[in-house]
Design a protein around this ligand. Structure first.
Ligand SMILES: NC(=O)C1=CN([C@@H]2O[C@H](COP(=O)(O)OP(=O)(O)OC[C@H]3O[C@@H](n4cnc5c(N)ncnc54)[C@H](O)[C@@H]3O)[C@@H](O)[C@H]2O)[C@@H](O)CC1
Ligand SMILES: Nc1ncnc2c1ncn2[C@@H]1O[C@H](COP(=O)(O)OP(=O)(O)O)[C@@H](O)[C@H]1O
Ligand SMILES: [K+]
Length: 483
C-alpha cells in the first residue's frame, strides 16, 4: 500500500521528529537527497548551469542548500531570490560554495531549474513574481525539478488555482503528499522521488492510499478446490434497453472476463438478444415488468449502464435497490438516483461509480468545480449520499466514510473512450459478488481495469495506442494471471 498525507499531517510529524534531532538536521537530509537526485539528472555536474527559484520559506532553503552542494561539485549555480525574505543559512551556504544570485534572464540558459518557490506552505494562487517565474520555467529548455511539491499545486488536495510549475521530476521529502497523486496536481509532477528524512515512525494513518499490484493480488477472490460457480459469487446485471445494447454487452463482458462465478443478466428483449449472442456464458432473463424476482438469487447487482431513465427504468431501479444485497450503480442508474435520492436509503451497501458529469448531477455542483477539486467532492459525495463512491476520470478516486481516499495509479488516457466505464462496472460487480467489500471491490476493479487498458494499449511495440472498451475486458485474464 502506498500512502500520502496532507500538509498538516506532514507538519505535525515533522515537529515530532524535529524534537528528537539537532536543529537543521531535517533540512540537511532533504537538501542532500535533493542534490543527489539533481546531480543524477545532469550529464556531468561540473560546468553545468543550475538555476534555483527561491521563495521565502523553507522550500527555498532546501533549494539553496542543495544548490550549495552542486556548486561545491563545480556546477555554476545561480539563485533567483523571489521572496520578500530569503532563508539566511541557505543563502550563506550557497554563496560560500561559490554560487551567486542572479536576475530572471538566467532561466533561459539553465540546464537544470530547481523549483524552490513554495512547498507545503503554499496556499492559493501563486502570487507575483512566483507566477511569472513558474511560467518562465515551463517555457525554458532546461529540466525542471520541483522541490517537495511543484509550486502552485496544493499539497493536500492536488488543486491548482491559476499557474503551477510544470516539473519533469518532483523530489519529495519524508512522505508523499496527496497533491502529488491527484489530478490536476499530479500532472505537474512528473515522476516522484521520495527522499527519506526519517519521518516514517511519526506519520499518522494516511489520508490517501493507493493499492499496489501485490495488494490487489492479496485481495482478489480466487477459486479453491471446493469452489463451485454459486459459492464463487453470482452477479446480477440490469443494464441495456431496447434502444441501448452496447453498454450491457460491455458490462457483462467485464464481469465474465474478471472471473465471475455466474452472471445473471436481465433486461429488455433486444439487449438480452445481444448479450446472449456475445456471451453465451451468461444466464439471461427478458424482463416484462419492474421486478427482478424471476432473475434468481445473486450476491450483488450492477445497475444502470444503458438502461435509460424513463418511467420503466426508474421502476426497475427501485426494484433492484429494494433488494438486500450490495448494488453498484453506474451511468443511467446514477441519473435516476440524482432525480430521487430517497432510493439510496437501503440496508445493504450501495456503490456509486460516477464520472465528474454524473457526480455533478448527484451533488448539484458544476462539473468543472468537481474536476478542479476531486478529493473534496468525492468525500462530500460519501457524506451526503451515504454510499461508497468511485469518481472516474484522469485520476480515479475511491472513498468510503472513515477510510483513506484511495487513488488508482493504473490506466492510460486512452481509456477515455466510450464504453470503458461499462466494463469497469462489470469488473467491480464480479468482485463485489465474490465477497469483497464495496470499497475493496471498486479499488481492485479500477486497478485491474487500468492494467488491462495499459496492456491493451501497449501492444507489440511498447508505445501507446488506441483501445476499444472490449479490449480492456479481453486483457483481464492475462492481467489477473500476471499478478
Ligand atoms: N519542516 C521541516 O522540518 C522540513 C521542511 N522542509 C521544507 O520546508 C517546506 C515548507 O516550508 P515553509 O513552511 O517555510 O513553507 P514554504 O516554503 O512551502 O512556503 C511558505 C512561504 O511561501 C509564501 N507563499 C505561500 N503561498 C504562496 C503563494 N500562493 N504565492 C506566493 N507565495 C506564497 C508564504 O508567504 C511563505 O513565505 C517543505 O515543503 C519542504 O520543502 C524540508 O526542509 C524538510 C524538513
Ligand atoms: N484522461 C483519462 N486518463 C485515464 N483514464 C481515464 C481518462 N478519462 C477517462 N478515463 C477512464 O475511462 C473510463 C471511462 O468511463 P465512463 O466515463 O463511464 O465512460 P463510458 O460511459 O463511455 O463507459 C473510466 O474508468 C475513467 O476513469
Ligand atoms: K516547490
Amino acid at each position: 500500500m502506498r500512502t500520502a498525507y496532507t500538509s498538516d499531517q506532514i507538519r505535525t510529524a515533522e515537529r515530532a521528529l524535529m524534537a528528537t534531532v539537532p536543529e537543521g538536521t531535517l533540512m540537511r537530509r532533504a537538501a542532500t537527497g535533493l542534490s543527489v537526485v539533481c546531480a543524477g539528472l545532469l550529464p556531468g555536474v561540473y560546468g553545468s548551469r543550475v538555476v534555483l527559484l527561491v521563495g521565502s520559506g523553507d522550500n527555498g532553503g532546501d533549494a539553496l542548500y542543495a544548490g550549495a552542494r552542486l556548486a561545491r561539485r563545480g556546477a555554476r549555480v545561480e539563485a533567483i531570490l523571489a521572496g520578500s525574505r530569503t532563508h539566511a543559512g541557505g543563502l550563506a551556504a550557497l554563496l560560500d560554495a561559490g554560487g551567486r544570485t542572479a536576475g530572471t534572464d538566467v532561466i533561459e540558459r539553465a540546464d537544470l531549474i530547481v523549483d524552490g518557490l513554495v512547498g507545503i506552505g503554499g496556499a492559493g494562487e501563486l502570487r507575483e513574481p512566483y507566477r511569472t517565474l513558474a511560467l518562465a520555467a515551463g517555457a525554458a529548455p532546461g529540466l525542471v525539478v520541483a522541490v517537495d511539491v511543484p509550486s502552485g499545486v496544493d499539497a493536500s488536495t492536488g488543486r491548482v488555482d491559476g499557474e503551477a510549475v510544470r516539473a519533469q521530476l518532483t523530489v519529495t521529502f519524508g512522505a508523499c503528499k496527496n497533491g502529488l497523486l491527484v489530478d490536476p496536481g499530479r500532472s505537474f509532477c512528473g515522476p516522484v522521488e521520495l527522499v527519506d528524512i526519517g519521518l516514517g515512525p511519526y506519520l499518522p494513518d494516511p489520508d490517501v492510499a493507493s493499492l499496489t499490484d501485490d495488494d490487489v493480488a492479496d485481495l482478489l477472490p480466487r477459486p479453491e478446490a471446493e469452489s463451485d460457480k454459486y459459492r464463487r459469487g453470482v452477479l446480477g446485471i440490469v443494464a441495456g434497453s431496447d434502444r441501448f445494447t452496447g453498454a450491457a454487452v460491455l458490462a457483462v463482458g467485464g464481469a465474465i472476463r474478471a472471473g465471475a462465478g455466474l452472471v445473471r443478466f436481465a433486461s429488455a428483449e433486444t439487449a438480452v438478444r445481444q448479450v446472449r449472442n456475445r456471451w453465451p456464458e451468461a444466464i439471461t432473463t427478458v424482463l416484462d415488468g419492474p421486478s427482478v424476482a424471476e432473475v434468481g438469487r445473486v450476491q450483488a447487482w450492477v445497475l444502470g449502464p444503458g438502461m435509460g431513465t424513463g418511467e420503466e427504468a426508474v421502476a426497475l431501479a427501485r426494484a433492484v435497490l429494494a433488494t438486500d444485497v450490495p448494488v453498484l450503480v453506474d451511468a443511467d442508474g446514477l441519473t435516476i438516483l440524482a432525480n430521487d435520492r430517497s432510493l439510496l436509503r437501503r440496508s445493504a451497501p450501495t456503490v456509486l461509480t460516477p464520472h465528474a458529469g454524473e457526480l455533478s448531477r448527484l451533488l448539484d455542483v458544476p462539473r468543472e468545480r468537481i474536476e478542479a477539486a476531486r478529493m473534496e467532492h468525492v468525500r462530500r459525495a460519501v457524506a451526503e449520499l451515504g454510499a461508497i463512491v468511485l469518481l472516474k476520470g484522469s485520476t480515479t478516486l475511491i472513498a468510503e466514510q472513515d477510510r483513506p481516499v484511495r487513488v488508482n495509479t493504473t490506466g492510460t488516457p486512452w481509456l477515455a473512450t466510450g464504453g470503458t466505464g461499462d466494463v469497469l462496472s462489470g469488473i467491480a460487480g464480479t468482485l463485489l459478488s465474490g465477497g469483497l467489500s464495496g470499497y475493496d471491490a471498486v479499488s481492485c476493479a479500477a486497478h485491474l481495469h487500468g492494467l488491462a487498458a495499459q496492456a491493451a494499449s501497449t501492444g507489440i511495440s511498447g508505445g501507446h495506442g488506441p483501445i476499444a472498451a472490449m479490449d480492456v475486458a479481453t486483457m483481464l485474464p492475462q492481467v489477473i494471471r500476471s499478478l
